[in-house]
Design a protein around this ligand. Structure first.
Ligand SMILES: Cc1cc2nc3c(=O)[nH]c(=O)nc-3n(C[C@H](O)[C@H](O)[C@H](O)COP(=O)(O)OP(=O)(O)OC[C@H]3O[C@@H](n4cnc5c(N)ncnc54)[C@H](O)[C@@H]3O)c2cc1C
Ligand code: FES
Length: 284
């Protein structure tokens, strides 16, 4: 099964020319993560689940960020941005009404249409929930199109939990399985599961490995251990879908910053079937 490519479907006259987007809404999620809603002036973003955009702040720089919302018709799209350096600090200092530059959407996407009729197992870690959320919301909005839906979320500590209202809503739904964990909690503010995300796997109800696709998005260290657990469950590499993050500049396969051997993660990815990249050194 091929992963969809999104390059050259931007609607922009140039892949390198940013379009103006206005900040509509901004909310703090954790001490370092904030939620942003942007709106393009002239068109819907036209993205698919798991794609990213290049966001620029004039005079500061440009950086890639995933889209966290499913596609909408009203020209808005959502992102969660972690403050780690210059560009992200500048984005955090924006106020509603301020404008930024947007190029994209770019990259491959979670093949949600192709997965219809199967069961889905989302394994998300930390800020990996951000791109996965676009696919999760699509699957939940089209609940009848999929068999079992299981969502696992793990983060470092309770203060790093994202989309807490949505996590609470997922935990009460009877038509899906939702489990979450934190790596550690030293202040007694968490009475849920403690341990890395793979410690949730023994609590999963039986999963049919011949009928389930696993979608993994999280920090690099997570992939190897999650994939080992999926192999223990006899889920084949052709049924494992990963989203990889690499340092990117151009986002369109020209600069080589994101290259792994002959692959450009910005263009051939970030979403891959694990089977297609498992032999590439440094991919996982
Ligand atoms: C496809 C893709 C999707 C992304 N989606 C999101 C998202 O939804 N939300 C979000 O907050 N961030 C996301 N990122 C990471 C984001 O692009 C970086 O945090 C950003 O480029 C940092 O820019 P800066 O100028 O603020 O920091 P810099 O000053 O450039 O760097 C600060 C620190 O962050 C590290 N860093 C910079 N870029 C990356 C990177 N790509 N991956 C890991 N570490 C990096 C640097 O090594 C340095 O330690 C994504 C990256 C990619 C490639
Ligand atoms: S970011 Fe430039 S080639 Fe991928």
């Amino acid at each position: 099964m091929a992963i969809n490519t999104g390059v050259n479907e931007t609607g922009s006259s140039s892949l390198f020319l940013p379009e103006v987007a206005t900040l509509i809404d901004k909310r703090e999620m954790t001490d370092v993560d904030s939620f942003f809603t942007f709106k393009l002036k002239n068109r819907p973003l036209g993205h698919r689940y798991g794609q990213f955009v290049e966001l620029s702040i004039p005079g500061i720089g440009e950086a890639p960020f995933s889209i966290s919302s499913p596609p909408t018709d009203d020209h808005t799209f959502e992102m969660v941005i972690r403050k780690v350096g210059q560009v992200t600090a500048a984005i955090h200092s924006l106020s509603p009404g301020d404008v930024v530059g947007i190029r994209g959407p770019f990259g491959t996407s979670f093949p949600m249409e192709d997965l219809k009729g199967s069961s889905l197992l989302f394994v998300t870690g930390g800020i990996g929930l951000v791109p996965a959320r676009s696919a999760i919301l699509y699957a939940l909005n089209n609940r009848g199109a999929y068999k079992d839906i299981t969502i696992l979320f793990g983060c470092r500590d309770p203060g790093q939990r994202l989309f807490t209202d949505e996590l609470a809503a997922w935990s009460t739904r009877e038509d899906i399985t939702f489990m979450e964990t934190v790596d550690k909690c030293e202040d007694g503010t968490w009475d849920g599961h403690v341990g890395v995300i793979t410690t949730l796997f023994p609590n999963l109800k039986a999963i049919d490995p011949t009928d389930t696709y696993a979608i993994i998005v999280g920090p690099p260290v997570m992939y190897k251990f999650v994939i080992m657990s999926l192999h223990d469950m006899e889920i084949s590499d052709k049924r494992i879908i990963v989203s990889l993050e690499r340092n990117m500049k151009c986002g369109v396969g020209k600069c080589g910053h994101c290259q792994i051997n002959n692959l450009y993660v910005c263009q051939d990815g970030p979403v891959f079937y694990y089977d297609d990249i498992k032999l590439l050194k440094e991919a996982i």
